[in-house]
Design a protein around this ligand. Structure first.
Ligand code: ATP
Length: 306
């Protein structure tokens, strides 16, 4: 009897462990549900889009209630203008772009497009007017042409080609073994970060949305690639309401306003020259980045002379 009771006890222990495990999983699902996908309000209407003026008013947001990320952010991107957000890593820059696209709902305050709170409109109509060039573009396992045409499925070959030219990627595509018919993505030809980003820009050129969100890649790009991408972006953002999440300061010089975000708050704001004059956080970031670039160039020269 004794011999039998031990294994039975053990089974009881295992059973309780499994029960506990299931409860944990249930709790996890409950948690996930709290943060579940954003849904349309029952009375949501289609966004009535004009030129896409954006307004953030006293926005508070946290992914996890215990850890606030944005603490009362207010700024406007007037129709057709460009606002750039800069700041230290983890400040909440990319979060702003995710909130405008409404991947998450905010805790308080409001985000509106052309005067309409984005929580009152359908997600479909909101996302239809926003072109997003994300940090890391995921390409479909299909041809280059397919990946660009995704921005406007009805586009003809000439439109696809023109978009690629504007995005400064046409030349690269022409050199590929099968040109626009080359298969790319995880199971095809792997493109570099800069190339993928230009495919995303071409896609956005085709979509021609009134609002543009550019989330710059954090990964360092070489100077030529960076210049090419910048040239492409300048064309695309012209006359579009543009929010740039910038990791490199060289891309924000021309912005109508620069917002310097620090620990979820706006530390400074103004144009590039305003902020340099202020000699604060932006100015020190600018000087640090310039020194880093100079050091890099110096190193390159030394290597070339070797
Ligand atoms: P970087 O310049 O490094 O890209 P960032 O300013 O864009 O930084 P965000 O990506 O907005 O920063 O992130 C802000 C904070 O929110 C970070 O501390 C990050 O860890 C946290 N965070 C980001 N995404 C999530 C998420 N999905 N769930 C929980 N926390 C998140």
């Amino acid at each position: 009897l004794l011999q039998l009771s031990v294994p039975l006890n053990f089974i009881g222990f295992v059973y309780r462990e499994i029960r506990q495990g299931l409860t944990d999983i249930e709790q996890m699902f409950d948690l996930l549900q709290v943060k579940a996908e954003v849904t349309d309000a029952p009375d949501a209407v289609a966004l009535d889009i004009g030129r896409g003026a954006i307004s953030f008013k006293d926005v508070h947001f946290a992914y996890d209630p215990a850890r606030p990320i944005l603490n009362g952010i207010s700024f406007d991107v007037p129709a057709g203008k460009t606002v750039a957000v800069v700041g230290p890593s983890g400040a909440g820059k990319s979060t702003l772009s995710r909130l405008l696209y409404r991947f998450y709902d905010i805790q308080s305050g409001s985000i509106s497009v052309d005067g309409q709170d984005i929580r009152n409109v359908t997600q479909k109509s909101l996302r239809a007017v926003i072109g997003m060039v994300p940090q890391d573009t995921v390409l479909f396992n299909d041809t280059v042409a397919y990946n660009i045409r995704y921005g406007k499925p009805a586009a003809n070959d000439t439109e696809v080609k023109t978009a690629a030219e504007i995005a400064q990627i046409a030349h690269f595509i022409d050199m590929l073994p099968e040109g626009f018919d080359t298969k790319v993505g995880e199971r095809g030809l792997k493109l570099s970060g800069g190339e993928k980003q230009r495919v995303a820009i071409a896609r956005t050129v085709l979509k021609a949305p009134p609002i543009l969100i550019l989330d710059e890649a954090t990964s360092a790009l070489d100077t030529t690639t960076e210049r090419e991408i910048q040239a492409a972006l300048d064309v695309v953002s012209q006359d579009r309401t543009t929010l740039v999440i910038a990791h490199r300061l060289s891309t924000v010089i021309g912005a109508d306003e620069i917002i310097v975000l620090k620990s979820g708050e706006i530390a400074e704001r103004g144009t590039h020259s305003d902020l340099l004059q202020k000699n604060g956080l932006y100015a020190s970031m600018w000087n640090r980045q310039r020194e880093a670039t100079q050091a890099e160039e110096h190193l390159k020269q030394v290597r070339e002379n070797d």
